[in-house]
Ligand binder design. Structure first.
Ligand code: SER
Length: 318
């Protein structure tokens, strides 16, 4: 059984992916790590700064790690307030891990990319796998550069690195940390408490989104696929459904009839406007059998149920 290290495990994706990995491989085979002193995980935890290659290597040796899921990054909206620090974290941390792959210290790497790699000149409807890419955010530029590095290390050094371009991810365990799609998580936290929600994107802003359960499944599936099925070594387009704040609100309203929303678009609107409306992920479906399970209404039901249980809302409104 391969042993797995997750770097950046305390974030929105990591906190749910660690559980998925523990359920799949056993918690004795998974090590969570992040920059916080302590971690609240079902498996062992190590303090790891993704910018410290010596520390990463020591933890890998100590736990006899085979695979690394490297998730640490600063997301799209937050990165705009500190461009150089964000570039440095997003890029150097990836190179630290790719170098360990080149030196055969680790056997397999997972690294997440994003729809943020696309930009204003990209075709926005059913965005193809291979197309114009002119991201105009620091986050998008770092993810596009990272994709090129992944493919480079695979071609030149045979590093087995795999990646997915996630759409906006919607999960209940952890609030997202500074993305343009964060409203789609926040809206459920408000709905479950029946508090009015103010949305930072306009009602008709359509973006690709995905339930976290599907994202975790896709991540584990792409890592489990035989190497010869992975034809794309930059990053795979990945999709489930596209949604506007207005359609998400209406999906919630079916369960929480009194829920209310108002709109106050801010600087994140321009970022959203530069991203695709929908994604063509046929290559992922063909190469390694990707298939999503959650549509908007199914996800709304799951999110409200899970948040109700998590927040223990005694005055359940649905
Ligand atoms: N959800 C991310 C963000 O909004 C995109 O990868 O930054």
């Amino acid at each position: 059984m391969n042993k797995i290290l997750v770097i950046g495990a305390a974030g929105q994706l990591g906190s749910e992916l660690v559980t998925g990995l523990c359920n799949t491989y056993g918690k004795e085979n998974v090590i969570a790590s992040d920059i916080h002193e302590k971690g609240d995980f079902e498996c062992a935890y190590e303090l790891v700064n993704a910018l410290d290659p010596v520390r990463i290597e020591n933890v890998i040796q100590e736990h006899d790690i085979d695979e690394v899921y490297h998730l640490a990054a600063i997301l799209s909206a937050k990165a705009e307030s500190n461009p150089l620090a964000s570039w440095y974290l997003n890029m150097d941390s990836l190179l630290n891990v790719l170098e360990l792959g080149r030196r055969k210290i680790i056997k397999k790497i997972y690294w997440p990319s994003s729809i943020a790699v696309f930009g204003p000149s990209t075709p926005r409807i059913s965005t193809p796998q291979s197309t114009v890419m002119d991201p105009n955010t620091v986050y998008g530029i770092s993810k596009l550069a990272g994709e090129r590095w992944c493919e480079y290390y695979n071609e030149k050094h045979g590093v087995d690195v795999r990646s997915l371009r996630y759409p906006g991810l919607i999960g209940y365990k952890h609030a997202p940390g500074g993305g343009t799609t964060d409203y789609a998580v926040d809206i459920y936290f408000h709905a479950v408490k029946n508090k009015p929600f103010e949305c930072f994107l306009s009602p008709e802003t359509k973006l690709p989104m995905m339930c976290m359960d599907d994202a975790v499944k896709a991540t584990i599936d792409v890592m489990q696929a035989p190497s010869d099925r992975i034809k794309i070594r930059s990053s795979y387009n990945l999709a489930a459904f596209s949604v506007t704040p207005d359609s998400m609100f209406n999906s919630i309203k079916k369960k929480v009839p009194d829920f209310s929303i108002s709109y106050k678009p801010d600087f994140r609107q321009a970022i959203a406007n530069s991203w695709p409306v929908s994604i063509d992920d046929s290559q992922a479906r063909k190469d390694w059998g990707w298939k999503h399970a959650f549509d908007l209404d199914k996800m709304t039901g799951a999110m409200l149920d899970a948040l109700h249980a998590k927040l223990n809302t005694s005055d359940r409104v649905f």
